[in-house]
Design a protein around this ligand. Sequence first.
Ligand code: FES
Length: 430
Amino acid sequence: MAAKNLGSVGRVASASERIETSGLDTRPPASGATRPTSDLAGAASVAGAFLQSAVGGEHVAKRRRARFHPLTVAEVRPLTDDAVEVTFEVPDELADDYSYLPGQYVAIRATLDGKELRRSYSICRPPQRPSAGMGGSISVAIKRDLGGRFSTWANSELKAGDTLDVMSPEGTFTSTLDDLDGKHLVGIAAGSGITPLMALAHTVLARSASARFTLVYTNRSTRDVMFLEELAELKDRYPARLALHHVLSREQRTAPLLSGRIDAEKLERMLEVLIPPATVDEWFLCGPFELVQLARDTLAAASVPVKHVRYELFTTDTADRVEGERGRPVVVERGEPTVAIEFTLDGQSSTVESPVSANESILNAALRVRPDVPFACAGGVCGTCRARLITGDVAMTENYALEPDELERGYVLTCQSHPKSDRVVVDYDV
Ligand code: FES
């Protein structure tokens, strides 16, 4: 992604000064054990070395096939009353499978009460890779959603020593800037949307001594702020380069701009006084649909080019969560019109017939013959089921995952793609 020209140094300094008053001075954190600062500093330094060859430029586009592996839980650490950080051990032999870029996520698979559940969670720590072939760890944050089976179980029962199926990291919610020097990146997050931005902010600030990161983080109250202490430590470490703005919807803060729900008016005002868009090279939005859409609309109205805005939606783990179409039983009756769906996965080609009347997704059909076809959310959000359309036409129902350039190159979300021609060929390997 092409870098946009930054504003003057004077504007940079002035923005940084304002930040000093906008963090939440509430340490120690609301709950739970804390990780020593030295751990984070160490992680950031090794991340810097790794990222020399990872963030920015063509290296970001490198993609590997997502696979599940059983990983052992090393630690479950409370973050708030309703959220935990879960750290998995990565054995040496899987080090390459679990190398990742800041902002990526993993899908986790578990069977609860006889039902297989898959949930995607962003990785919250900056990448660590002391040396090739060495294992390490991977950490995600899981917030308990009211009625959410997986998140409730993870918050109340998951413990160190348990083993879960964890998919290798995926996702494109990361910086595409070739060079971070002098760049200004901005993250706007709500609730657990902070998770990928923790990894991104750590990485960007550690990678370049002249990069800046501004973080607008909205929650209901101080008690709901995840990574409260880590954010304060990051601010202490980079006082002039990290701007941290906590916005609390149900707590009164000194600055009216930082109190109450973020709406269009408040966001426009923030762009005026805190984050002039002309000073920003890349935007990262992560939260529920309403906030992300509001931010996208506001940035578009402020003439921010779409290609400078990256976003990720999070879905809730609620009881009425839409699971998407996968595993829907479809039977092919003799003589009825069908569509031929061909797909390549791990170099092996397979074909499945799908009744025209069923209008099923490519994923649903492909899972009948290959249970290892990759997917996580089945709702058009995570991008795990991405494949390239080689032949034929499809109609995609939803797409919250693919970037415009991926669409142009023919990629589709197979969980959302319904064949519209007699024969459809997709390739999961490219
Ligand atoms: S499985 Fe998540 S977008 Fe298709």
